[in-house]
Design a protein around this ligand. Sequence first.
Ligand code: 5GP
Ligand code: ZN
Length: 115
Amino acid sequence: MEKDCIFCKISRKEIPSKMVYADEEVLAFEDINPQAPVHIVIIPKKHIEKTSDITEGDIGLIGKLVFVAQKIAKEKNVSDSGYRLVFNCNKDAGQAVFHIHLHLLGGRKFFWPPG
Ligand code: 5GP
Ligand code: ZN
């Protein structure tokens, strides 16, 4: 837990969020600035800054983020139409919050390359 990290604060409920999933290790909440009709952020409660900092001991935890994401995609009815899962890492990818998070985006068509 990092004192000043926005997502650790959400995890500690010091900042309100629209939570869609929570268990002992993982949380998911609606993005405050949605980029698609469905835009959910899935995080581990453990403060890992970015994908480059994942260790072997985190493999199960990071896999769980994807598992939770696909369950939420089904609940939000975007599983059949399609969705995108994104980890932004560091400056060139536009990472703004340095607590690892998986974006679940759905409900509209996405393009490739993503730009
Ligand atoms: P990044 O660019 O780091 O991959 O994405 C960070 C995401 O966190 C952005 O989509 C941004 O809208 C979202 N975000 C930032 N601050 C907050 C907040 O306080 N609450 C919620 N729900 N989302 C946030
Ligand atoms: Zn954090």
